[in-house]
Design a protein around this ligand. Sequence first.
Ligand code: DGJ
Length: 734
Amino acid sequence: MISISDDKVFALTNAEFSYVFRVLDEGLLQHVYYGAPIAHAEELASHFRVDRGATSHFQGVPNLNLNDLPQEYPTFGTSDYRRPALHGVNADGNSVFTLKYVRHTVTIDKPDLDGLPSARGGESETLIIYLADPLHGLEVELFYTIYQNYGVLARSSVVRNSGKAPVDLTHIMSSTIDLPPDDYDVLHLHGTWSREFNAERTKLPMGRFEIDSARSTSSAAHNPFLAVMERGATETSGNVFASTLIYSGNFSLSVETGEFEDVRVLAGINPFNFAWHLAPNEAFYTPEALHVFTPYGLRGMSRIWHRFIQNKVSPERFRNIARPTYLNTWEAAYFDIDEAKVLTLADKAKDVGVQMLVLDDGWFEGRRDDTSSLGDWTADMARFPSGIPALAARVRAKGLKFGLWIEPEMVSPNSQLFEDHPDWALQVPERKPSLGRNQLTLDFTRKEVVDNIYDQIEALLACGDIDYVKWDMNRNMTEAGSTALPKGRQLEVPHRYMLGLYGLLRRLMEAYPDVLFETCASGGNRFDLGMLSFMPQGWISDMSDPIGRLAIINGASYLYPLDVMTAYIGPSPSHQNGRISSIKTRYNAGALCAAKGISLNSLDIDTDVDLLRELMRLAANTSGDFIGGEFTRLISDDTQICWQYITRDRRTIYVAYFHILSAPNLPFRRANLADLDPVAAYELQEDGTIYHGDTLMQHGLALPYVTCGQPQAGVRYMDRGDFASHLFVLRRKR
Ligand code: DGJ
């Protein structure tokens, strides 16, 4: 997979891509190629250096103009005017760094990233390039991991100060990818609460295009994902270069098109509002960036991401384990919850065949609304007189699992924890804090704070009857300063916070490996591979309206497999947008997600009890199908969505079709299924018809007809009216 020539051309190649760079005589790293696999990287030699006759020359070397040179880890101030990978102020007070090759090593597998989450190794090799700027004793290690069976290149870097004076760094990016000039589009996912993951595809402009977060959560505003694609690339064809980060805090993914139209993708911690004081003998590890190349368009890209996330990012413990169906108390009761209601809902859950009761917000000391109590993780004795362990045991005695909501990173000003430790919240001197949902963020840069929260969570989990934890986080950070750090290190707080959080999660996962954790941040405000590397599933959105969720799931599926998404049947009219929809469509919108449940009150459950029984039994009986399989977007436009899912054993195919607004006289539509066995016979479960794979892929599956007129015999119809849906199931015969 990794070949290195005598003249130091490094080629990383597997069946999906080649990535090639080399060391110039001057010791700089020149990027040479990233794209479809090529067997003879040495043949690229004739393209190694092109002299434009420019007037800027790197440190007196004729014909070497860095502004025109594709690079691996560029710095600023020596003839490259684009944004660099590494930048800051050195001991001399200037910002000129020159990183030169020193040596390299190749290791089997992957190095540890010092507390940061990263993709698992296995059938992988890592090339480590050691660079140094001897003038300031700065050393950089670049990690490149290539896998035998995945089209993913994992990159990160470590900066060490082996000099005698501190260095103040402002940019320490995880990776740079310099792509050749072309007409590119860029695809990214933006949104806000209850409207996450809107895909926007736009022409890549000259200059800089950036998505980022300065909120100290990866955030719903821009998910950490960006794809640079050939202008003509479609869902199924064309070159796509996509990037993400295994990180949950302030990130930046930017693309700069320089004057010569070459394109630089930078991935890493957001340099805005960041600085790191690197004292002698200290090291800084960057989060891991993941890059995908595919010539097979967006579908090809998603395939690679999904398989990789399923097998290398999601926690191994839950990899092929079906998720329990659940009833969540939030939209059933909000804060108006008590022990009796939980037990009634548990009975309802049992009756409709749900497997787990999840007690959401509102169960702890004094919590009657969102103005108090975060930080005091003991049961409110007025409403939960038996306490959580006893309640959990009673729910379990009914044959259900028990899940609990917590929001451990937060503290309410109105809480015992805050009264005892006002300095434990993030804050800056002499300024009134800006509250978010009436709460403050705990200072997870401090060990004693993290330890306190660990102890409180442990006191809950120790009873052994809590099967699931919904880990929420409901604000973006402001005044992100720490009373425990000196003035010169305050801009380090957001990243130090992430290290504290990841450390806490690691301890908990190790101590309670069988507890299923779900990440949530007001829905999808921190839905990223950092959190998803600890927790197998995420509360992707608070949007309970199925039509709203279609766009959310569709957008998120560019990067994330549906294995990591939690779906639920919420109330109708939806509490988020007031839309009325059928239970069937509410189920179908999440039918291909791994985790399914309901968030309905007793009355709503009683009203639709028969249908809920049918659907929740279906969800429970098929939950194993939606782990580790292959999801495909077949059709996604303004009027219709059609998704396909092939189970891991490739024997069952689900096709979920949604027709959003009804209209008269529409075309007869078909969906061309994908990646079936062309010679295999598949039986459509609803009527026993046999179709072969080639028919379903080439001719397509006839979609139910949308009509406002009189139904005709022999035609399959959608339910009448808006927001109709249909779930096909096909089973392979032999
Ligand atoms: C935000 C979450 O997204 C909701 O599902 C719910 O858990 C509330 N927080 C509770 O406060």
